[in-house]
Structure formats: structure tokens, C-alpha cells
Design a protein around this ligand. Structure first.
Ligand code: BMA
Length: 324
């Protein structure tokens, strides 16, 4: 198959879209907030007590962010939003001096707790921070687990051969996605590059970073990541898919060549930062196979788009195998 016989098989002269946007998009924005906010975006998502819970990044007029939860029965409307910040930076933790951004939530059965991993914006740059919670009211900070500059991190929900695994994106010579292991969630090692930014003309040529936490499927761990291409008009953030081995997620099995979702609608193209789609959470309904992806649009508001697990798996199965 060459790129003209696209894996996103064209219907007529258009690409097949795997995700469909909710007609009510943006489903949440600053005007829905119970207190003044500049922007509301890049939410983490999970199911809590049978309802959809989003932990949204809320930016104030200083430019600093905190997290506030919004809960809904149907995951699309009638959001119950906390009247004040749910979780904000604490002066006792200087790593958070410039705010808290872009959370990802993983429920960890072994701990009976949700792991919330977010970017703590320190004055030395972004760090990866781990916090545990049982109820999204009380949070137990575990500390910065990666030094700056590192972000876009999420934890796998279980151990592999006795080790926890973390996906994250340090900045070094390039901005690639890495995977690291730990036996205690504190000391991390066995660092390995997992998904590279492809350089040059590629849509994900300048930077890549994990979006939502890895999704367990029969075929392997499905990875939703963002790719950045820097253009004369600024950066464009789009989304792609990859697949990791089910038993050993440090092995990349397949990776799509094309982006599967990108900024198209006005609320994705215009806002505080133009041309951005940036999910930090997706939810799979294992009964229906429906996937709901919650994303920040133009660093300003929140969109919802849905796909089916079958469509995403059919697509990734058709994508090139990756060499070890
Ligand atoms: C990334 C993060 C995101 C943001 C994106 C686009 O580096 O800071 O929070 O949505 O840039 O501005």
C-alpha cells in the first residue's frame, strides 16, 4: 500500500475520519465556569462513581493554571463544576510555582487509588509530578518524578514483571516519547526511547508527546499521541496512533504514518494558541466499544469526539510494523 492508497481509505476525495466531533462542541469553555477563568482546556478524563469526571486545566489571568473537576452523567452535558479550584499549586512545593498543567489520570487497582500525573511548571521548566487520590477531593502529592524539562506523562495501570511503567517526554536533542520503569513509583530507570519525532516534512516532525493514557486492548496498548509541525505561521498540533506490545509495552509494534485528527473547526483553529487539538484523556466503554476523547481546542476550550475501538484497531493493524 502506498500513501495514495491511504490507510485512512479515502471516500471520494476525502479522508475517512476515525473520530466524529460532538455537535455541541465546544462542550465546555470559560463561560461555563462558576468563577472567572481565562481559558479551560486539556482535560484528563476518567469514570468516577459511574459518571464521567474531567479534571480540566484552568488558566487564570496571571497565565498560571490549576485543575478543576467537572462531572457529568452522559459525558457531554449538564456538567457539575466545582465552585473553586479542585487542585492548585501549593507554595510548599516550589516545583509548582508557575502552576499545574495537563493532567492524565490512571486508576491503579493495586493501590486502590487514581494516579494523577501532571506538569508542575517550576521556574526551571516543566517537571512530571505524581499525585494520588481516592476521591478527587483529597490529594497525596508524591513529588516530582522527572526533572525539567519533561512533560506529557502517564502511568500504566499495572506492573509488568514487577515494574511500573511511565511514558513521558523529556526535551533533549529532539523531543521524543520515552518509557521508564520503577519498582516503587519513585525511583525511575531503564529509560528508553519509544516513539521518535520524525523530523523534516513529517506532521510529527518537530515534537511528539503522549496525549491520553495508554488504552489496553486485545491487540496491545493503544497510544494516542500528539505530533507537532512548526510552520512559518506557528506550530500545528495533531494526533496520531501507535500500538505497544501487550505484555511488554516498551516494544513499539505499529505506528501510523498519517495524523488521524487535527485542528479543522474554528474553535480548534482560533483561540489563545491557534491550531491546537490536545487531549489528555479518553474513555472506552467496554460494553459498546465506544471511545470518548476529551481534548483542549486552541488552548481555550474543551471538545469531545467519539470513535469506536474497532475502527481504531482496524486502522492501527493496517499501519507499518516497527523494527525493534
Ligand atoms: C504544549 C503544552 C500544552 C499546550 C500546547 C499548545 O507544550 O504546554 O499544554 O496545549 O503546548 O500550546
Amino acid at each position: 500500500m502506498n500513501h495514495f492508497e491511504s490507510r485512512l481509505r479515502a471516500e471520494g476525495n476525502t479522508y475517512k475520519e476515525l473520530f466524529a466531533r460532538n455537535p455541541s462542541n465546544p462542550i465546555l469553555s470559560a463561560k461555563d465556569w462558576p468563577y472567572p477563568a481565562n481559558t479551560v482546556f486539556n482535560p484528563a478524563a476518567t469514570i468516577y462513581q459511574g459518571k464521567v469526571l474531567l479534571l480540566a486545566r484552568v488558566e487564570d489571568r496571571r497565565g498560571f493554571s490549576h485543575l478543576t473537576k467537572a462531572v457529568s452523567e452522559d459525558g457531554a452535558s449538564n456538567w457539575m463544576i466545582d465552585k473553586k479550584p479542585t487542585f492548585e499549586s501549593d507554595p510548599a512545593y516550589p516545583e509548582e510555582n508557575w502552576g499545574i498543567e495537563d493532567p492524565r489520570i490512571t486508576y491503579v487497582d493495586e493501590l486502590g487509588k487514581y494516579a494523577v500525573i501532571y506538569t508542575a511548571y517550576s521556574e526551571s521548566g516543566p517537571t512530571v509530578y505524581l499525585t494520588l487520590t481516592e476521591d478527587f477531593i483529597n490529594f497525596e502529592r508524591q513529588g516530582a518524578i522527572m526533572p525539567p524539562e519533561d512533560k506529557d506523562a502517564a502511568l500504566f495501570p499495572k506492573r509488568f514483571n514487577g515494574k511500573w511503567l511511565l511514558i513521558h517526554r523529556p526535551i533533549g536533542h529532539g523531543a521524543h516519547i520515552w518509557i521508564s520503569a520503577s519498582s516503587n513509583l519513585k525511583d525511575w530507570g531503564d529509560h528508553k526511547i519509544l516513539i521518535t519525532s520524525r523530523g523534516g516534512a513529517w506532521w510529527d516532525g518537530s515534537k511528539v508527546g503522549l496525549c491520553a493514557p495508554p488504552l489496553e486492548t486485545a491487540d496491545g496498548w493503544l497510544i494516542l499521541y500528539h505530533g507537532v509541525r512548526v510552520t512559518a505561521a506557528g506550530a500545528i498540533y495533531r494526533l496520531g496512533l501507535a500500538l505497544l506490545d501487550l505484555e511488554d509495552p516498551t516494544k513499539l509494534l505499529r505506528r501510523g504514518d498519517e495524523w488521524i485528527f487535527g485542528p479543522c473547526e474554528t474553535y480548534e483553529k482560533q483561540g489563545d494558541v491557534q491550531d491546537i487539538v490536545f487531549p489528555c484523556g479518553w474513555i472506552l466503554d467496554r460494553e459498546t466499544g465506544k471511545i470518548r476523547m476529551y481534548y483542549g481546542a486552541a488552548d481555550t476550550c474543551i471538545g469531545l469526539a467519539t470513535a469506536t475501538q474497532n475502527d481504531l484497531l482496524a486502522y492501527i493493524r493496517s499501519c507499518p510494523e516497527q523494527k525493534p
